[in-house]
Design a protein around this ligand. Sequence first.
Ligand code: ADP
Ligand code: MG
Length: 283
Amino acid sequence: AVPVTVVSAIGAASRFGVIVKSGAAFEQLGSLRRIAFDKTGTLTRNQPSVVTVLAGEGVDHERVIEWAAALEQFSTHPLAAAITAAAPSTPPASDVTEQPGEGIAGVVAGQSIAAGSPRWIAPGELAAQVTAMEAEGQTCVLVARDGETVGVIGIRDELRPEAPTAVASLQDQGLEVIMLTGDNARTANVLAGAAGITDVRAELRPEDKAAEISASVAQRPTGMIGDGINDAPALATATVGIAMGVTGADAAIESADVALTGNDLRIIPRALNHARRGRAIMN
Ligand code: ADP
Ligand code: MG
């Protein structure tokens, strides 16, 4: 049975937007020594918007964003909403398949279209532009048609305003804070620097994130905070998997031990403090 003190502490936690799945998860929350944040949708606002669209030789830039939007209308990835919102129209698409942490592909107007990271779709003649956009903190989504790169979409997702405060208060509590991301190292370092995080592991696929967490857990209790879309394996591997911005019917809650219903990162240092106190009462 779950001790009464822990149950009442969990009740208090749920009042400020933290849903803890079990007494064991609550105790482990108080024992964490390292916190790993996913970047997109966790440290960032999750209101990404398209700021650049570039097309290769002989391609109209409106087609680039429309082809991408045709695929992204089937995705729940934070980048997908930005792309569909920016497209002048969204054509139909078929045979759409998404590769978590990499991109999305399908058939649009009889052509094979793919949209995804520069790791997944080689930038080709757009390489110099991609590098410059990344150095400005933009996330690049490359667009390919019938296997040839035809354009790049630059997306900016601002850091959540409270991120530096939340990171600093975790560090003040003696926790190490790291960032894991599928995004490229240049974009990742711009955002991590602004958040006060120096340990950045970038260009990770979902299974790489899980491997990083597994190696970390072997060293010390590690919490992983993600929005869950591509982070399910890492959340499941962490000492405590914390899903953020959970709305109820969310798949992320399945792989997490703790779910945050709100979107304010300062709840994380608060929850850890709370869990540590809950544990102290029991001891
Ligand atoms: P993060 O770790 O920052 O949350 P993800 O693992 O979700 O990033 O995605 C990593 C990268 O894969 C993205 O930066 C993007 O380039 C690409 N990507 C993933 N899903 C999509 C998608 N639906 N459309 C376009 N690009 C995608
Ligand atoms: Mg993410």
